[in-house]
Design a protein around this ligand. Structure first.
Ligand code: ARG
Length: 428
């Protein structure tokens, strides 16, 4: 393996080399296009302060573009021939361009190079999280509208409690994913700062055009302090993971609802066949494996949060420990986005069994309505509560009447879907 830092002399131990690289170069595949993009901006910045000639900059830019194309086409493979993605870029440029390639690392360190790639990745992931959360919210809103008044029992403690509706259930997740979209946007704003040009964490003795480079890369500001830039490694990952975890929590709860309500015991929903699998031994089975794996995404994200925060017990500055934050972050990002991408279609294609849900609304479920009705007539609520408790089956109502009577904003008689829709459009 050729290293950027080879100075001749000591030949490295193969086991030590493998240990140092770990899975890092493989994870760098996820960052490679970001790293190349940032390298192009760095080259342009060096040309602006005359550290590269116009010809050198043009040649470097063209080669970086070619490398991106080859990597995308699969003709350039980033594997353990290289110590990391950063080395692969410089070695590629040096092989093709000689001296110009050897100049590309002027004024930067792999420490700010990896940081800028991570921030670009985080912003892109948050953009996807934002879009997928909104798409999920839209699907839940459509479903809430379609089944607004379809009665189903409402549960507390997993015990039947009051009449409720599919509309209320679906709108709950619509609002949840709107929160997740908003959270993704806020985190994106927080992370939208460019660390490139901070080098190893102490700046360099060059008048780098940090502001111009940040602008070229689409950042809204520079991360000012070079030491803080390094200290933000891992912290930025935790901010991203926190946003992902919020959506993963909602996903887990929805998946739980589906796995429960699709059992024969409930029989409220049927999962679309393409979201289920068969059993290798029991010919009668259709299993909700997709929903169950959606439920595990939170575990992946939470595991990553523990791994990253545990690695961060460090004094100021760069430490190779920080490399250990890369894998968990990238793995959790991929898992969460892949899972969320399935949600809109799953929501759209759920089959409901309105008869089963209606049959589960037994007459005792109107008890709260009845107590509140008495209170409305002036009976002190505690007395009304006691008198209804004495005869739980008395007083006839229908699910429709019960749903329609709950008229305060957000409740079954007024789901507030237009408010949720306007919040969704404001977030777009
Ligand atoms: N793979 C390294 C990481 O992820 C790249 C930075 C290496 N910097 C260093 N000073 N050894 O942190």
């Amino acid at each position: 393996m050729r290293h950027l830092w080879d100075k001749g002399g000591v030949s490295p131990d193969e086991r030590v080399e493998r240990f140092l690289a770990g899975e890092d170069v493989h994870w760098d595949r996820e960052l490679f296009l970001h790293d190349i993009r940032a390298s192009r901006a760095h080259v342009a910045g060096l040309a602006r302060i005359a550290l590269l000639s116009a010809d050198e900059a043009a040649a470097l830019d063209a080669s970086l573009g070619a490398l991106a194309d080859e990597f995308t086409a699969g003709t350039f493979v980033l594997d353990d021939r290289f110590e990391d993605g950063h080395s692969a870029i410089e070695l590629y440029l040096t092989e093709r361009l000689g001296d110009a390639g050897r100049k590309v690392h002027t004024g930067r360190s792999r420490n700010d190079q990896v940081l800028v790639a991570l921030r670009l990745h985080a912003k892109e992931t948050l953009d996807h999280l934002h879009a997928l959360s909104l798409a999920s919210a839209d699907a839940f809103l459509d479903r809430a509208e379609r089944d607004a008044m379809t009665p189903m029992p409402g549960y507390t403690h997993l015990q039947r409690a009051v009449p409720s509706s599919v509309g209320l259930w679906m709108a709950a997740f619509a609002e949840a994913f709107l929160d997740d979209a908003e959270n993704a946007r806020a985190t994106r704003t927080l992370l939208d700062a460019c660390p490139l040009g901070t080098a190893a964490g102490y700046g360099v003795n060059l008048p780098l055009d940090r502001v111009g480079v940040a602008r070229d890369l689409g950042f809204s500001r520079v991360l000012v302090n070079p030491m803080y830039a390094q200290n933000s490694r891992g912290k930025l990952d935790l901010a991203l993971l926190s946003s992902l975890s919020q959506a993963a929590l909602d996903l887990r709860r929805f998946a739980w609802d589906l796995s429960l309500f699709s059992t024969a015991e409930f029989g409220f929903v049927t999962l679309p066949e393409r979201f289920t699998t068969g059993s290798s031994i029991m010919p009668n089975k259709r299993n909700p494996d997709v929903v169950e794996l959606l439920r595990t995404v939170y575990a992946v994200v939470a595991g990553a949060q523990v791994e990253v925060s545990s690695a961060l017990s460090l004094p100021s500055g760069y430490h190779r420990d920080l490399q250990a934050t890369k894998g968990p972050t990238l793995r959790a990002s991929r898992a969460a986005l892949d899972a969320l991408a399935l949600v809109p279609e799953l929501v759209r294609s759920l089959e409901l069994s309105p008869a089963r849900m209606r049959a589960a609304i037994t007459s005792d479920l109107y008890a709260t309505d009845r107590a509140v009705d008495l209170a409305r007539q002036g009976v002190p609520f505690r007395d009304a509560y006691r008198s209804v408790a004495e005869d739980l089956q008395g007083g006839a109502s229908t699910p429709e009447q019960s749903l329609a009577a709950r008229v305060s904003p957000g409740a079954t008689g007024d789901l507030g879907l237009s408010e949720l829709r306007s919040r969704a459009s404001a977030l777009r």
